[in-house]
Design a protein around this ligand. Structure first.
Ligand code: NAP
Ligand code: GLV
Length: 311
């Protein structure tokens, strides 16, 4: 039994070190130094090269090194019989919660406009619209691990929080909507809209002109999910005609965001480099080793992805 790390952009040595510190007897290999591919039972992967996983004939589980698994299913040769496990980790959840709080508060306090006032040497203490947190409708697309943690944190700050999911939910302090039929109601009340959906065929391109047109005029958008959720060509027109006031984007269709991309310099867009939450190997290898133990005992895995749904 050997473990292969396929994560060329994501600190493979660190993952190997953390695994071996916890169990020095583990046979850990780093792509592309696979040795005999038939030795590999488990893979830890982030954006693996297409076909890499399919080349491992005895692969039983692939552990996504992030919460999202879309990067695995992008591979047309992804081996359908292999179990997929994703990260659910308190530090990752905390990272997203912090990001959502930071940027929601920034919008609630009208900080982008105040930053501009400072650049223009303008003192206007009435520039901030007087709207209390409980009058601020915040909508969260996705009420899973990260959406619920963010919704609860915002609700604790007294924001008027609603969320949207595929299946119905009943969460204290959060107004819950579900399914295509529930989306309109969520959008209509969301002055600040936060995307925390997984990227699947159903959610690809959801953030586009049609959805923006159903938000209150001058709404704010925070996308901390995936770049594929956004129809990028629709964003700047929505900002320029006032439909949206500002957008904060952590994720993009192409990452790193190309140097000549118009989002970099747009005054109504904040760009962050896909770092809303970063997987911490020190914490996540504990979960991975626990799941390997479960697999070897024949027990159910934790955080196994439903590959039919894609999340
Ligand atoms: P999760 O626990 O699987 O939750 C996903 C939520 O989305 C669930 O509430 C699910 O509904 C809902 N959903 C899925 N498809 C839907 C659809 N078609 N219509 C309506 N709702 C739908 O995922 P998570 O752990 O919260 O993570 C969400 C995403 O965040 C990840 O997939 C990843 O792409 C992104 N992420 C980004 C960063 C970053 O640094 N920017 C870090 C971590 C994660 P049900 O509850 O009904 O299943
Ligand atoms: C990061 O984007 C993740 O999916 O964890």
């Amino acid at each position: 039994m050997a473990i292969l790390i396929i994560a060329s952009h994501d600190r493979p040595d660190w993952w190997a070190r953390e695994l071996q510190q916890r169990d020095p007897d583990l046979d850990v290999r780093i792509w592309p130094d696979v040795g005999d591919p038939a030795d590999i039972t488990y893979a830890l992967a982030w954006k693996p090269a297409p076909g890499a996983l399919a080349s491992l004939s005895n692969l039983a589980i692939v552990f996504s090194l992030g919460a999202g698994v879309d990067h695995l299913f992008e591979d047309p040769d992804f081996p359908a019989h292999v179990a997929v496990v994703r990260v659910v980790d308190p530090y990752l959840t905390a990272g997203i919660r912090e990001y959502v709080l930071l940027h929601t508060l920034r919008y609630h306090r009208n900080q982008p406009a105040l930053d501009q006032q400072q650049r223009d040497h303008v003192w206007d203490d009435r520039a901030r619209e007087l709207r209390q947190a409980d009058e601020q409708g915040v909508g969260i697309l996705g009420l899973g691990e990260l959406g619920q943690a963010s919704a609860n944190a915002l609700s604790n700050l007294k924001f008027d929080v609603a969320g949207w999911s595929r299946s119905p939910k009943d969460l204290p302090g959060i107004t819950c909507f579900d399914g295509r039929g529930g989306l309109d109601a969520l959008l209509g009340r969301s002055r600040i809209l936060i995307c925390l959906l997984p990227l699947t065929p159903e959610t690809e391109g959801i953030l586009g002109a049609e959805l923006f047109s159903r938000l209150p005029m001058g709404a704010y958008l925070i996308n901390a999910a995936r770049g594929g959720h956004m129809i990028e060509a629709d964003l700047i027109p929505a900002l320029e005609d006032g439909r949206l006031a500002h957008a904060t984007l952590d994720v993009f269709r192409e990452e790193p965001l190309p140097g000549d991309h118009p989002f970099w310099d747009h005054p109504q867009i904040t760009v962050t480099p896909h770092n809303a939450a970063i997987t911490d190997p020190r914490s996540v290898v504990i979960q991975i080793l626990d799941d390997i133990g479960r697999h070897q005992r024949g027990d159910a895995l934790s955080n196994q992805v439903d590959t039919r749904l894609g999340y």
